[in-house]
Design a protein around this ligand. Structure first.
Ligand code: FAD
Ligand code: NAP
Ligand code: SF4
Length: 676
């Protein structure tokens, strides 16, 4: 079939196996791997195989107990364990898909006291100091990798991926940063690479030659004492000689202080790294990191930067990504917005992953798809508010054939996402609005924009139920002087109000951070700006590819304030909060906590900080002091005996985030469709 993405949908012939397209679903730990019963994992992968992805890789499975990421996490060490995985491989194969099992030994990143590493150096992100591996244990571990691969084959996997990047055990042997050994396993590059090469040889030996073996090679460590570019090339060539089928790209160790997949990373920002290696090896190379659209994937392949592209989170967001791209239905793709909120942030605190924009991800068996029923056309439902909660609910009910009337007070759908998308680094939020809008177009949902609907109108509207998804109103704190002209709300600022050179931001929650970013980032930040800002050296002149960070700022002086004592931004996402804090610090934003506000006047903001009264002489004070639910319609509607459901911000504004809003929209639709 003809497609707008000819390079993406060109099969890849590996000799013993043909992949139908150039899309790899990269490894992502979901938490489902660790269950005794793998049926939910099977349903998760089966949905993605059905969606037409060429090849998938599981989350990391340890080759032995010491390699566990956390106590009792998944391992592949016995025939019984292999048998348990059959449900996964059979479900994938039944959908015509292919799947490889990732073998991951955590090394010093393991979150348990049995952890081991080439040298006894504690990782900055771990509470435990590892035990140094004896030569005997090294040999045994190499055997264990091979055994895990053989068992993966027995379990029905089409191949394995050897995790050699991101700072895990194999990477710890490769880099001088973590390998201080003086025996045959450390010192010279050849000695440091020995473990990686021996692991690959063991895997080949025990799993056979007609078996897919991907090696995930750290091509850019982004840590001090990481590999040099020459070392990356030498190791890649050794891996090719020793039987790797494909080389996948690894970017950045987990302990690197550079964001490599978060929203502020431009799309495809690291394809140049894979491209550098292309002339050095003949086996196919896979590009990765922040590739989330078919256009970007096609561009990388067409320009010859790589032979395949890996996407992990985008396949959480939309299991049908490949099929929609192949059929040219790109506007229907639910694009990953790189927020990490429901996926990585969860995994890093030991919870199951899902997806902010797709609450069904990893819950395929818990949240079934609604089926279209013609009799539903008789059921009139009003959805008030076209933000994420209302959009999600209306789209689901629309799919099921309900007569849905969606009222939105403003001139566009999206609610607060229309503000969020203006934050530099959050432009992807616009994609979620586009996705829901295009989904609604295919249903029988009547959308009325510029329509602030009243209780009276809803009461006479003959609706079976009213869904209140009216969101929030910004909280007005009781600080005297709030009516002073220099005081603005975040809504004013993001809607384009003029802001001076010295600004105090009252409230350091997610929105306070976003406003501080908005005020200090230069507009039209380019991918080159990103590399410069974080000190990534595209010339690769030093170990790890590190250069000197050169923060770029508007020059505006911003103070970010909170009343609570302690760390500013403590409630931001686990995997992104540190990067937000660091970026703002680099732009000289001042973080003040334990602040007491007194009043605002011509002189500025009067406050006490660290027991000292002072005046912050600022041009503007921007209020980002949280939000309150907006549900004024609830009482009159309920008084008129109408069935009312509140979701999203309208239900609860505390700890509100878009993940909950979208999930509540889906859950309510499932509930309404069950009510006869
Ligand atoms: P809203 O998005 O507030 O939508 C409510 C809608 O109802 C509005 O469009 C409003 O016009 C409409 N409405 C109200 N009354 C009526 C009426 N009577 N008739 C018709 N229409 C009406 N969340 C995250 O999870 N991650 C983030 O990174 C993030 N960043 C953010 C950045 C910014 C700058 C902002 C402002 C918010 C951010 N949020 C983020 C919060 C997120 O946007 C909200 O959680 C989400 O939008 C809540 O969805 P909702 O549908 O409940 O409400
Ligand atoms: P928030 O996270 O609850 O932060 C509100 C801030 O205002 C806090 O710093 C709070 O700190 C301060 N505050 C509260 N009441 C105040 C008062 N009466 N006077 C002065 N200060 C007060 O809310 P938000 O920043 O408005 O964000 C709204 C929601 O959007 C959040 O819950 C968040 O989940 C979501 N969001 C997420 C992100 C993200 O990156 N994940 C980004 C943006 C928004 P003190 O009380 O200590 O002063
Ligand atoms: Fe992407 Fe956010 Fe979903 Fe994770 S939670 S897959 S980052 S949209």
């Amino acid at each position: 079939m003809s497609t707008s993405f000819p390079h993406l949908f060109r099969p890849l012939d590996l000799g013993f196996m043909v992949l139908p397209n150039r899309l790899l679903m990269g490894s992502m730990h979901t938490g489902l791997e660790d269950h005794a019963d793998l049926s939910r994992l099977a349903a998760y992968f089966a949905a993605r195989a059905r969606g037409g992805i060429g090849l998938m890789v599981t989350g990391g499975i340890a080759p032995n107990r010491r390699g566990w990421l956390a106590p009792f996490s998944a391992k592949m060490t016995t025939t019984a364990e292999a048998r348990r995985h059959r449900v996964v491989t059979e479900a994938v194969h039944a959908e015509g898909g292919k799947i490889a099992m990732q073998i991951l030994h955590a090394g010093r990143y393991a979150m348990h006291p049995l952890l081991v590493a080439p040298s006894p150096l504690r990782a900055p992100i771990s509470p435990f100091r590892p035990w140094q591996m004896s030569p005997r244990l090294i040999r045994q571990t190499i055997q264990d990798f091979g055994r895990a691969a053989a068992l993966a084959r027995e379990a029905g996997y089409d191949g394995v991926e050897i995790m050699g990047s991101e700072g895990y055990l194999i990477n710890q042997f490769i880099a001088p940063r973590t390998n201080k050994r003086t025996d045959e396993w450390g010192g010279s590059p050849e000695n440091r690479f020995r473990f990686a090469v021996e692991v690959l040889r063991s895997v080949r030996q025990q799993a056979g030659h007609d078996f897919l073996v991907i090696f995930r090679l750290s091509m850019l460590d982004l840590v001090e004492e990481g590999s040099t570019w020459d070392e990356v090339v030498t190791l890649a060539q050794a891996l090719e000689r020793n039987g790797a089928t494909l080389l996948n790209t690894g970017i950045g160790w987990h302990e690197a202080r550079i964001p490599t997949i978060a929203a502020q990373v431009p799309r495809g920002a690291y394809a140049w790294v894979t491209a550098r290696l292309r002339n050095a090896v003949r086996i196919p190379l896979i590009a990765t990191n922040r590739i989330n659209t078919p256009e970007k994937a096609e561009e990388i392949l067409a320009s010859g930067q790589a032979d395949m592209v890996s996407m992990a989170r985008p396949l959480l967001a939309d299991p049908d990504f490949a099929q929609k791209a192949r059929e040219g239905r790109v506007r229907e793709i639910n694009t990953c917005i790189a927020c990490n909120q429901a996926c990585l942030d969860r995994i890093f605190v030991g919870k199951e992953a899902s997806c902010l924009v797709n609450p069904r991800a990893c819950r395929e068996t818990l949240f079934p798809h609604l089926v279209f029923r013609s009799e539903n056309a008789r059921r009139r439902i009003a959805v008030v508010g076209g933000g994420p909660a209302g959009l999600s609910c209306a789209a689901e009910l629309g799919d099921a054939g309900f007569e849905v009337h969606l009222f939105e007070a403003s001139r566009e759908l999206g609610g607060q996402f229309n503000l969020a998308k203006r934050i530099p680094g959050k432009e992807e939020f616009a994609e979620t609005i586009r996705y829901f809008s295009s989904r609604l177009q295919k249903t029988n949902v009547h959308i009325q924009l510029n329509r602030r609907v009243t209780a009276e109108e809803l009461i006479v509207g003959n609706f079976e139920a009213v869904v209140l998804a009216t969101g929030v109103r910004p909280r007005r704190p009781s600080i005297p002087g709030l009516e002073h002209p220099k005081v603005l709300s975040y809504v004013d600022v993001l809607n384009g109000a003029l802001v001076g050179d010295r600004v105090a931001v009252v409230g350091a929650g997610g929105i306070g951070f976003d406003v501080a970013t908005f005020l200090t980032v230069i507009p039209h930040h380019t991918p080159e700006d990103y590399l410069r800002e974080w000190g990534i050296d595209p010339e690769y002149t030093s170990r790890g590819g590190l250069g000197k960070p050169q923060p770029i700022s508007t020059g505006r002086q911003v103070w970010l304030l909170q009343r609570t004592k302690g760390k500013i931004g403590a409630r931001l996402g686990k995997t992104t909060g540190w990067a937000h804090r660091l970026a703002l610090k680099n732009r000289n934003v001042q973080f003040w906590s334990g602040v007491e506000y007194h009043f605002i006047n011509d002189d500025g903001l009067h406050l006490t900080v660290n027991g000292r009264k002072q005046v912050l002489a600022v041009d503007n004070v921007v209020i980002c002091a949280g939000q309150e639910p907006l549900r004024d319609l609830q009482a009159p509607l309920e008084a008129a005996k109408l069935k009312v459901h509140c979701i999203g911000g309208a239900r609860l504004a505390v700890e509100l985030d878009a993940e909950r809003a979208i999930k509540e929209g889906l859950q309510l639709a499932l509930k309404i469709s069950e009510m006869a």
